[in-house]
Design a protein around this ligand. Structure first.
Ligand code: SAM
Length: 285
């Protein structure tokens, strides 16, 4: 079945009386080249477990099922369930869960399906849940090896940004803390039906097996990062001392900056992840 082929996909969707939902971010992939790139770069083999979020009509799912050990897909839209069951009926390694990924008990889902084995995440993500999904996956302490994701170009730019640029922020640091991001390819609007207004990018997040950044207190590190970027026009000293997320006096912050050899007027957005980790370690035990 060539679900990436619009002339095969559309009659099938029509047969099931399916209507696209804008609210659920339904823009289905119809570009074989992009599909191949996602598959080639996800390094799937017979031992790979895959969690797919938002399978849609099953275009990517079909290719994943052909290669992986096990594919578990979570789809919110009831209307897509019979279509997915029909399109993927030949696979015994496929499990479909009709649920909202934001409300699902992910820990339970992963334990039940993958036990303690590693898995990868594959998704052409609805834009409205991109950031929470990525951060949830990192923070829940799962055995995620990598995530291959289709995301909005602007979000990819933020993930990939360099310190001191306008796109550099809490998302860059959050993703970079847990993984090394890799841009796989661009996906302009014509690669989807219906066409979205924005361009997309396929990105791969290679999750670190051994954390390169040492922080004394992860919670305080992320609160420091949040403080820096929620008041990014201020100097680092002012954004931290005035932050509602942490309790730290000016003298302590100035001492930490002196210790790190930094100008007291520096803005936090100039610091890379290493230096942000160093700073939070000086401020919090
Ligand atoms: N993977 C398909 C493809 O590439 O053609 C569809 C991608 S479409 C951009 C996003 C999919 O995510 C849709 O099928 C939509 O119904 C589903 N979705 C949206 N919000 C969701 C949620 N909270 N939980 C699970 N699935 C969701």
């Amino acid at each position: 079945m060539k679900l990436y082929n619009k002339s095969e996909l559309m009659p099938l969707l029509e047969k099931f009386g399916f209507n696209f939902s804008k609210t659920l971010g339904q823009n289905f992939l119809i570009d074989k080249n992009i599909l191949d790139k996602i598959i080639d770069n996800s390094n799937i083999n017979q031992n790979t477990n895959v969690l797919e979020i938002g399978p849609g009509a099953g275009t990517l799912t079909y290719e994943l099922c052909k290669r992986a050990k096990k594919v578990v897909a979570v789809e919110i839209d009831n209307a897509l369930i019979p279509i997915l069951e029909y399109n993927l009926s030949e696979f015994s390694n496929f499990t479909l869960i009709n649920d909202d990924i934001m409300k699902n008990d992910l820990k339970k889902l992963i334990q039940e399906n993958f036990e303690s084995e590693k898995f990868i995440v594959a998704a052409n993500l609805p834009y409205y849940i991109t950031t929470p999904i990525i951060m949830n996956m990192f923070e829940c302490g799962f055995n995620v090896e990598s995530m291959i994701l289709m995301i909005q170009k602007e979000v990819a730019n933020r993930i990939y940004a360099k310190p001191g640029t306008k796109d550099y922020g809490a998302l860059t640091v959050g993703v970079g803390f847990y993984s090394s991001p890799e841009i796989i390819c661009q996906a302009p609007p014509h690669c989807f039906t219906p066409q979205p207004k924005v361009s997309s990018v396929v990105i791969k997040l290679n999750v670190y097996e051994n954390q390169p950044y040492h922080v004394n207190n992860k919670e305080m590190f992320f609160k420091t990062v949040k403080s820096v970027f929620s008041q990014r026009r201020k100097t680092l000293v002012n954004s931290l001392s005035g932050s509602p997320f942490i309790n730290c006096d000016k003298i302590k912050i100035e001492n930490a900056l002196n210790n790190m050899g930094l100008d007291l007027k520096i803005r936090g957005e100039k610091l890379d992840i290493d230096r942000l980790a160093e700073l939070s370690n000086l401020l919090f035990k």
